[in-house]
Design a protein around this ligand. Sequence first.
Ligand code: C2E
Ligand code: MG
Ligand code: MG
Length: 894
Amino acid sequence: MVPTASRTRFAVWTGVGLLLAALVLSATSLILNARNTALAESEDQVRRFASGAESAMNRALLSFDVLLASTGDLLDLSTSQRSELGGRGARQLLRSAARQNLMVRYVALMDEGGAVVAASDQAGLHAARDLPAGFFDEAMGQAAPVLVASAPTVSFTSSERVIFFARHVQMPNGRRLLALAQVPSSMLVSVLMQGTDIPALEVTMEHGAGDVLLGISSRGEMRRAATVHPLGEQPQPPDGVSGPQVQRWHQPTRLSGTPGMVVARPILYPDLWISASLPLREALDNWRSERNTIVLVALLFGATLLGIAGFSVAYLNRMHRARRAMAQSQATLEQALSSLVTGFLLLDAEQRVRQWNLRFEEIYPWTTPSLRVGMPFTELLSLCAPYQVPEGSDAERRHWVEQRLMLQRTPRGTHEQEMRNGHCIQITERPTPDGGMVISYHDVTDMRRASAEIENLAFYDPLTGLPNRRLLLDRLHQAESAAERSGERGALLFLDLDQFKTLNDTLGHEVGDQLLQQVARRLSDSVGITDTVARLGGDEFVVMLRDLSSHDGEAAAAARRTGEKILHQLNRPYQLGAYSHQSSCSIGATLFGHKPQAAAELLKQADIAMYQVKAQRGNGLCFFDPGMQEAISARARLEHDLQEGLAAGQFVLHYQPQFTLTGALVGAEALLRWQHPQRGMVLPGQFIGVAEDSEFIIPLGLWVLRTACEQLALWQQEPTLRDLHLSVNVSARQFHQPDFVPRVIQVLQETGIRPHLLDLELTESMVLDNVEETVAKMHLLRTKGVRFSVDDFGTGNSSLAYLTQLPLHQLKIDQSFVRNLGVRHTDDVIVQTIIGMARNLELEVIAEGVETAEQRDFLARHGCDLYQGYLLGRPMPAQELRQLAQALVPSSSA
Ligand code: C2E
Ligand code: MG
Ligand code: MG
């Protein structure tokens, strides 16, 4: 099991703790050892020093003792000459004796009274002055002759610190004298110190009771600065062996009283001790720096150890975090892979399976039982082969595997696999940097289906399922290219159902749709497999026939045969729900393949031919003829010229007078003329039809109305013309404009004419088109005073019924009847009937196209009210009409 991070950290810190503990222990033991060694060394040193000092002091004191003891004998020599006891002889002897001992300043002898009886020099004679108080008595008082040392004192003569050593000597005469020697304490110091270099060593010579005779430290002589236990009262060593009295460390030193080690020894002379003491602090001076070094090294080592441990732990933490992050991203990756909607397979450089996701297994469920890491990809493909090629032989399946591997080798990136279950899998293969491969499997079935649907919508008509205009044009383009290569002609048949609009309006769109669907089926059944049936929209269909013949005539004949077959098929009755319906169609045809032509151009040709059939009441077939094209082009040019003409003011109105039988001028008809710069004066017959077919009649009609009213307004100012009526022709399209009535009223108001002088000429068919609307509009204008006339009366299917409904003022007998008066009996009857009918309805009757007196007389005999025609006056400019009116005035008044 992989150790967790905390466990590893614990192990590291525990190891470090143990190492640190060991380090502390070793450092401590080293320090203690060093301390003990330092103490032992110091102790040893002090002890050696003390023993040396003891011997030296013993020798020195012994030398004083011997010197003083010998003074008795010296004096003995002079006993023979008592009188000279204090004389020169004795002094001589003492001086030479004193000179034997270099430490001694002088030797003197004092009697029991304290007087100096002899001295080695002059200073000695005054010895009594130098002696510390009480010393004489103390020395004299000794029971046995022993050497006694005085307390240190300052010599009067030398001003040095001195110590007196004394003993009493017994003169042969029984007299007791005190022999004393003055010794500078500096001499004793050098004896005692023996040139030692132990720093801070404190050396004393003292009485057992504690009085210090000599006190020396490294800084020179010093006095005692602390209270210490008298040496004479110190306990003896336990073993009873006499020897140096050793104090343990932490005793107060003999001079400064600081804690340290004291070695004290009694010397040969009673109650005299020497001591050597070393303060602990100084004894440990060297050790301390050693200790500091050890501590420093240990600290450094410990810090290094901690540093290494910290670094290791940080490194471990980082490692752990990195490992955790890796594990996490691995888990996330695996989760992401398993939730991918795309199948995924990873191959290594040896083409063996390394990883895959759940989706892969969903797409290829049969691989699941055998799928394993390390499985060769070929083996995986072999597993798939039976499902991909279920009916195939082993060889075919091997071939499939090889094909699949081949696809992988050729780096095209993406290819698609059709599954047996109808699914389409898009396979994308990308090499990985390590030489392996990532293969993704994306199910694009829905996408393909959707794009097929989109394509269907884009290229097919949803109602009939037939190709639409776009696909037809595309196929036509292809067919033309093929025809150019092969020389085989093709044909386009443009079909339009006759009266489809009526069916749609009367029975509804659903029934209309049913008819279209049945027509589509019949058309598809009537053509070959290479031919195309398309629906352009509405009731328009196109059939494209291919490979008819390489000869134009034969190709046309074949196309005609198919067209007639279609006509026959479409003429058969249809069952549309409950209705049985009879229909027909108009077919325009055109050939292609004999010369390069744009597809749209061909379609237009067939369309033109179809309109030719329509114009001849439909239900037939007509081939396109270039003349038709020319006519249409001319028409388009004319339409364009008309628009320009209106803008350029090329239109004028001529006025044809209208008379009573008696020859009175009562009115005129405004007739449009186009003064074309090249064509000359163009009559309405040549352009009114074109204008009426397009929207152009609306601005043109408005211009006529306004110009006519303006003319009427001008006539108002002339007495001969002011009562003239003016008839204005109104086209159907113009009249059916929603704003026709307000426009007329606006013109009336703007020109300010008297409305009852304006006659609007409508045609019968226009009135019949939408009777209700027409009646409403006429009534509106009638209330304003405007009058209405039915132009070309008799040519339409007029009935009495509508005549009675309309607010009419006049009927205008069509000139075709007038022309044949007296020639064709039926026309005579018609004219008589029209006049009779108008009488009954109390309408005015006017005859147009009166060219002969016979015609006029016939009309007059039957009661016609007014007359218009070349016999009486041609259409003329306003100016001429004015002259005519003026010319008529005198004759009529005459
Ligand atoms: P319409 O309204 O029936 O006009 C009478 C036509 O008969 C006029 O032809 C006139 O010149 C002609 N006409 C008059 N008397 C005789 C005659 O004795 N013998 C012969 N052979 N013809 C005669 P126009 O001017 O060529 O007009 C033809 C048609 O054009 C008019 O027939 C009218 O329907 C239409 N039209 C003329 N001007 C206008 C107009 O301003 N607006 C509209 N919408 N149509 C107009
Ligand atoms: Mg007219
Ligand atoms: Mg007419």
